[in-house]
Design a protein around this ligand. Structure first.
Ligand SMILES: Nc1ncnc2c1ncn2[C@@H]1O[C@H](COP(=O)(O)OP(=O)(O)O)[C@@H](O)[C@H]1O
Ligand SMILES: [Mg+2]
Length: 242
């Protein structure tokens, strides 16, 4: 097994509710290697989304550490961390989180702009746009480049979100119930696409899902309960061939 690209060490997270501290993550240890697919299962409220936000540097842990390639990331400056987050990790959410006023292409381009200066962006505009178009083509949206989210189906919106997550060529994809809002046929198409991209690019992939069959298509299944990891097993590989 190659070295982990993403590690959580004894991560805790408390939320403050008035004067009370509510523990949501109670000491999570987790490592994901290059090219590894890990499913994260657990009842609603177990802390799965909170863990993903901490792993994706959208939120800081209360204690413990997150490491990217063995580097503790919360020691870095805000700027370094933002750049690392952009380059290292792509996010896919259940409700897509696309900007409604922007077209599919613009949504992907905006994510790309996060990683370059305005000057750098303007200088390479044509090349960056060509990359975004190519990526949208790879997710099957060549003829939807100029559609806004409201003009796209749920599955198409999630494909835009996948292209957006991939544009910075991250090593890790964190997906939070990415098919939770899709009918089962559409969900299968989106998952097949995500897995194909994951395998082709050898990405580390952490997938939060409620779908046991989908979880079994990963390499490893991790189960969470009440802010802790309570079980871990190799997936059976059932559900579909890789
Ligand atoms: N910003 C927040 N402030 C306070 N409590 C929160 C916040 N976000 C989540 N929680 C609480 O943390 C717990 C875990 O939430 P979450 O990580 O969303 O779980 P899951 O994704 O497994 O359903 C829940 O009890 C939720 O109410
Ligand atoms: Mg959640």
């Amino acid at each position: 097994m190659s070295a982990p690209v993403l590690t959580a060490r004894a991560v805790t997270k408390n939320y403050r509710l008035g004067k009370r501290e509510i523990p949501v993550l109670r000491g999570v240890d987790l490592s994901i290697a290059d090219g590894e697919r890990v499913a994260l299962l657990g009842a609603s409220g177990a802390g799965k989304s909170t863990l993903l936000h901490v792993l994706g540097l959208l939120d800081a842990p209360t204690s413990g550490a997150v490491e990217y390639d063995g580097r503790v990331v919360h020691d870095l400056s805000v700027k370094e961390r933002a750049l690392l987050r952009h380059r290292h990790t792509g996010f896919v959410f259940q409700f897509y989180h696309l900007i409604p006023e922007l077209t599919a292409l613009q949504n992907v381009l905006l994510a790309q702009m996060m990683g370059v200066s305005m000057f750098g962006y303007l200088g390479r505009r044509a090349a960056l746009r060509a990359q975004a178009e190519e990526l949208l083509g790879q997710v099957g949206l060549s003829d939807r480049l100029h559609h806004r989210p409201a003009e796209l189906s749920g599955g198409e919106r999630q494909r835009v979100a996948i292209a957006r997550a991939l544009i910075a060529q991250p090593r890790v994809i964190l997906a939070d119930e990415p098919t939770g809002n899709l009918d089962s046929a559409t969900a299968t198409g989106v998952v097949d696409l995500m897995f194909a991209v994951q395998q082709q690019r050898q990405l580390a992939f952490l997938l939060v899902t409620h779908d046991e069959r989908l979880a079994q298509r990963c390499d490893r299944v991790v189960r969470m309960f009440d802010g802790k990891i309570v079980g871990e097993e190799a997936a059976t590989g059932a559900g579909a061939a890789r």
